[in-house]
Write a protein of this length. Structure first.
Length: 346
């Protein structure tokens, strides 16, 4: 099985996707204590076989990473997005949270066959053209060929609009075999994804709700530790959730599923309500489905901590789709076995 180091692993979205694509994680690094416990618990309960989970700052791992030199097939990760996010100041290299240089330092020491890094769509803006060019040039000096691609999570079975920029870099013999994954034939709607949960407590209006929620969700926002309790994003996102019949002012508790007495979403004239009254809340488990996590994936911590992990995650189905293509390219070049994890789609 192909080997991996995962940087800034978060709650394990990318790690789970790559695991399904046939990669074995030698090491996962994450600074958030709640996310680390999420990784540990799922590693144990699902018997994932991840060898080592380190809680700490990625910058402190750079020198230690040399011990993995020429032992790792893929270095992957989702370095912090605030330096490039439209929701922030987009300071790029001038933001102290920018970990692209650190990630490249680790790549230079580990010298894997392939690299996969993901970030927000803002990284593709023209203001960051030089920065992306510098990243590609540095990887080129290390012997890698690079490509950048904007992927939509909804193209891979995730019921959410979640554009993500992916950087894939490989050495020439493998890169010539790499192709980006093709979108799945049809999109999954919010109603399809959540109907069984919405009706699980006896709500008779769940099917009517699901028929109205016949579109993909806006991008989930995990937020930061500087903000208060979890909700479903800024005003524009809340209005999009309203059109799907969801109360976006807060995330619901597990015991707040709509029951048989729930009044429903619609007025008698068929129109949607003016406010959010009468609309169901999303629970953390529902949000996790919207992000593409399986129901057996558990998130450690309070509702705020759990939802923050969900909202900041990289959807596992997208990571799996890209990971399969990387795995196939490495196998075609004779660098790893052709076998992929059982259940992974080719």
């Amino acid at each position: 099985m192909a080997t991996t180091i995962e940087m800034c692993a978060g709650a394990g979205g990318q790690a789970l996707g790559l695991h399904r694509a046939g990669f074995e994680h030698n090491l996962l690094i994450e600074i958030d204590s709640h996310a680390c416990e999420t990784l540990r618990r799922n590693n144990t309960s699902l018997q994932l076989g991840w060898q080592n989970i380190i809680e700490g700052d990625l910058r402190e791992f750079v020198n230690e990473s040399r011990q993995y030199q020429n032992r790792i097939d893929l270095v992957a990760g989702g370095v912090p997005c605030p330096p490039f996010s439209k929701a922030g100041l987009q300071l790029g290299r001038d933001d102290e949270r920018d970990l692209f240089p650190t990630a490249l330092d680790i790549v230079s020491r580990v010298q894997p066959h392939a690299v996969m890094l993901e970030n927000v769509q803002g990284l593709l803006e023209s203001r960051f053209d030089d920065y992306r060019r510098e990243i590609s040039q540095r990887l080129s000096k290390l012997g890698y060929v690079t490509d950048w691609k904007l992927l939509q999570a909804s193209d891979f079975g995730v019921p959410q609009l979640r554009p993500r920029v992916i950087l894939v870099a490989m050495r020439e013999p493998a890169f010539m075999h790499f192709t980006w994954p093709n979108p799945v034939p049809r999109k999954v709607t919010v109603g399809e994804a959540l109907l069984d949960l919405m009706e699980s407590n006896g709500w008779e209006g769940a099917l009517e709700w699901a028929e109205r929620a016949n579109d993909i969700a806006p991008t989930l926002v995990g937020g930061s530790k500087k903000h208060g309790g979890p909700d479903l994003g800024p005003t524009r996102a809340k209005q999009q959730w309203k059109q799907l019949g969801v109360n976006a002012h807060r995330v619901g508790n597990d015991d707040e599923l709509p029951d048989a007495d729930f009044r429903g979403v619609l007025l008698k004239n068929g129109k949607i309500r003016e406010g959010f009254e009468g609309m169901p809340l999303l629970t953390t488990r529902m949000a996790a489905r919207i992000q593409g996590f399986p129901d057996e994936w558990q998130f450690y911590g309070s509702k705020t901590h759990a939802y923050r992990q969900v909202g900041n995650a990289f959807p596992p189905p997208v990571a799996e789709a890209v990971g399969i293509q990387i795995h196939l390219a490495l196998a075609e070049a004779g660098l790893v076995e052709r076998q992929v994890e059982e259940g992974a789609a080719a």
